[in-house]
Structures are given as C-alpha cells and as structure tokens.
Design a protein around this ligand. Structure first.
Ligand code: PEP
Length: 249
C-alpha cells in the first residue's frame, strides 16, 4: 500500500481566540480530498487544543506542539503525553528546530520524548533538519542521520511516526528548498531507514517536507516521489492551507 499523503499545520505560538475561530471556520468550509487520500493534522497552541478539537470537522485531527519527556508530575509549565491522550489529542510534534535551537533540546532528549510519547499511545511528527551552516559545510545528511539515529535507538515501532524534514534555513524565511533539494534529502533519509532500521520501515514511513511551503510551491514539491506531504507553519494560518492540502491530488 502506498504512503498516505500527510499535511500538518503548525500554528506555533500564534493566535487569539477570535483568530482561531476564523481559522477553524476556513478549515471546516474548505473543499479537500477525503481522509483516505490525505491525512490532515493541525497543531494549535496548547490552550486552544480542546476548542479546536471540538469545533474542527471530524476528519481533521489535532496535534500538540510538544510534550514532556516522561510521566507528568513536578515539572512546572510542562504538559505530559498522558494528558494529551486523556484529552483525546492523537498527535504530537516533537523535535521542532525552534525547540532544538531556542530551548536546547538535544538529539538524545528528542529521542527520549519520541519514545515516551509513542509508549503512551500518541502518534509523533518527528522533526529533523540542518542549519544553513551545516548545509554549506556539506554535512546535511550527517546531521539528519544523527537526529534520526537518536530516535531509532529508542524506538522499535515506526508505524505511528511521521518524519518531517525541515531545513532550518527554510523555516519561516520564505526560502523554500527546491523540489530537487527536498527529494535528495528525503531519498537519502529513506535509504538511511532501509539500512539502519528495515526495508519495511523505509518503505512505509512518511517523510514530509517543511520550510516555507505555500500554495504557490506545494504542487511541485508534492510531485516528488519521496515527498509524502508537508508540515506547514506560516501558511497553515491562512486560507491557502486548503490549497496545500489539495496538492495531494
Ligand atoms: C514549521 O514551523 O514547521 C514551518 C515549516 O514553518 P514555515 O512553513 O513558516 O516555514
């Protein structure tokens, strides 16, 4: 069976209650392919998760943007995987480059988070990607492989993992990777999974692209054989997110 196209919307730390209402209305009214063709997951800030989940059309799912690395308890300011499961939130984004860079999340810490979230029954969008300096130094694949290895060492079952390749230099910059640049890394990542995990995991795991995806550039990216969808930041707050969902077909 082919890999189902996946489109995630990362709202990051954006939105007021009114803005969230508007985005949900746009999503609910949008014409999109059926859920057996494209899987849509939007990720509002924690405080809006319950309201978005309750108001969103049922075939669209929600994700948290992070969760704590182990069972909840005396960890002020954190939200645990158990709480997300308790609220019926099926997905979580982990290892986003903003958290790696600004909050110092290491490869190992992200690997631990992925393993713990999966153990509690969450599905994970695991983000990897190189900085501009790393790309210019020719170490893109070394960086992406090390980030993926830190996850692979901690998990056995990849069926609930989507890998998001998000070059840091493309996130929020308007400087999208070319379809060939994205395809090159996605294909190498798939090879890495084949050699280091298994041919089955390599074949079935969705590798999605993130970094300045818009309605204008999504079709060409989506046409690449190893691009299985998108993680969209800025454009997921706008009506053009519907066009990006439609790039699957
Ligand atoms: C992201 O935050 O995951 C992202 C890809 O952002 P943007 O689409 O705004 O570059």
């Amino acid at each position: 069976m082919g890999r189902k196209f996946f489109v995630g919307g990362n709202w990051k730390c954006n939105g007021t209650a009114d803005q969230v209402d508007k985005i949900v209305k746009t999503l609910n009214e949008g014409q999109v392919p059926p859920p057996d063709v494209v899987e849509v997951v939007v990720s509002p800030p924690y405080v809006f998760l319950p309201v978005v989940k309750s108001q969103l059309r049922p075939e669209f799912q929600v994700a948290a943007q992070n969760c704590w690395v182990k069972k909840g308890g005396a960890f002020t300011g954190e939200v645990s995987a158990e709480m997300l499961v308790n609220l019926g939130v099926p997905w979580v984004i982990l290892g986003h480059s903003e958290r790696r860079a600004l909050l110092g999340e290491s490869n190992e810490f992200v690997g631990d988070k992925v393993a713990y979230a999966l153990s509690q029954g969450l599905k994970v969008i695991a983000c990897v990607g190189e900085t501009l300096e790393q790309r210019e130094a020719g170490s893109t694949m070394d960086v992406v492989a090390a980030q993926t290895k830190a996850i692979a060492e901690k998990i056995k079952d990849w069926s609930n993992v989507v890998v998001a390749y998000e070059p840091v230099w493309a996130i929020g910059t308007g400087k999208v990777a070319t379809p060939d640049q994205a395809q090159e890394v996605h294909a190498s990542l798939r090879d890495w999974l084949k050699i280091n995990v298994s041919p089955e995991v390599s074949e079935s795991t969705r590798i999605i692209y993130g970094g300045s995806v818009t309605a204008a550039n999504c079709k060409e990216l989506a046409a690449k054989p190893d691009v299985d969808g998108f993680l969209v930041g800025g454009a997921s707050l706008k009506p053009e997110f519907i066009d990006i969902i439609n790039s699957a077909t």
